[in-house]
Design a protein around this ligand. Structure first.
Ligand SMILES: NC(=O)c1ccc[n+]([C@@H]2O[C@H](COP(=O)([O-])OP(=O)(O)OC[C@H]3O[C@@H](n4cnc5c(N)ncnc54)[C@H](OP(=O)(O)O)[C@@H]3O)[C@@H](O)[C@H]2O)c1
Length: 238
């Protein structure tokens, strides 16, 4: 007899958006250069944000980029409203240790809720501190974040149907490993950074066997000026 299956809560549609050099780097090895794409690519970033309920980044990216993960100019907020989205996107920070600088730029502008995803590695004191700077703090996982659980929770509690992840490499890799990325938007910039320590679009542990690799299909690519804007769709594993 077939046992009734417990229905899983739905996941958001997940997009990853990154700018990458021709040698596959997303920043220089010393992390000093992290913004290197064109103004057109910056517009592309805001265009994508204007389609998403929430924008998510790893703790290191939030700290280094000094970004508030905002919507950009008013035209993008108008677009959001026309699309039936909230005027401002939610902002999600990932930190397994719960070590986020409370003075980071993201906490200085309160135009939309900031949500922190963390793990049981974060001490009670750290959690208390995080709750004073963020609107919501969710512990999902013992040592590493269980992203399937975290994303289902974001959907159920915060109504996130479309989640845009803007890196960095460690966070992206965790999402790829968990099979949670639906689309990868990659802007290829005509530069070489070199350096074996320079971050790439998917760092961390990585896969060891071809069968484990995330399989992608090219959805579109377009040259604009001196950059190539590509979109890949995830097709699962081999
Ligand atoms: N070119 C681009 O488009 C682009 C975009 C974004 C970022 N970047 C660059 O990328 C670099 C940062 O990337 P990164 O890989 O070093 O850092 P990252 O992914 O931004 O952040 C890493 C941190 O996020 C947390 N984290 C990530 N995955 C986790 C998991 N599975 N479980 C628990 N916590 C997790 C951890 O925080 P804790 O240590 O607190 O636990 C980890 O230290 C910067 O240089 C930035 O400028 C470039």
């Amino acid at each position: 007899m077939k046992m009734p299956q417990k229905k899983k809560k739905p996941l958001p549609f997940v997009l990853v958006n990154m700018a990458m050099t021709a040698d596959g780097k997303i920043a220089t090895a010393n992390r000093a250069v992290h913004s290197f794409s064109s103004r057109r690519d910056l517009k592309h970033l805001y265009e994508l944000r204007a389609t998403a309920d929430a924008v998510m980044c790893g703790a290191r990216t939030v700290e280094i980029s000094r970004s508030t993960l905002g919507t950009g100019s008013e035209q993008f907020r108008r677009l959001r409203l026309q699309r039936g989205l909230a005027e401002y996107n939610l902002r999600v920070i990932v930190s397994g240790s719960g070590s986020i600088n409370p003075r980071a730029a993201i906490f200085k502008k309160h135009f939309s809720p900031v949500i922190i995803l963390t793990t049981a590695r974060a001490s009670k004191t750290k959690l208390r501190g995080l709750r004073t700077i963020a609107d919501d703090v969710k512990v999902c996982g013992k040592r590493e974040i269980n992203f399937a659980t975290a994303l289902r929770w974001l959907r159920a509690k915060w109504n996130v149907g479309r989640l845009l992840c803007e890196g960095g490499g460690e966070l992206n890799n965790a999402l790829f490993r968990a099979d949670l990325v639906d689309e990868l938007h990659l802007t290829i910039c005509p530069k070489i950074f070199g350096g074996s320590e320079a971050p790439t679009i998917a760092d961390g542990k990585g896969f060891g066997r071809l069968a484990e690799a995330t399989q992608l299909q090219i959805k579109s690519f377009k040259q604009v000026g001196n950059e190539v804007f590509t979109v890949f769709r995830q097709t699962g594993r081999l």
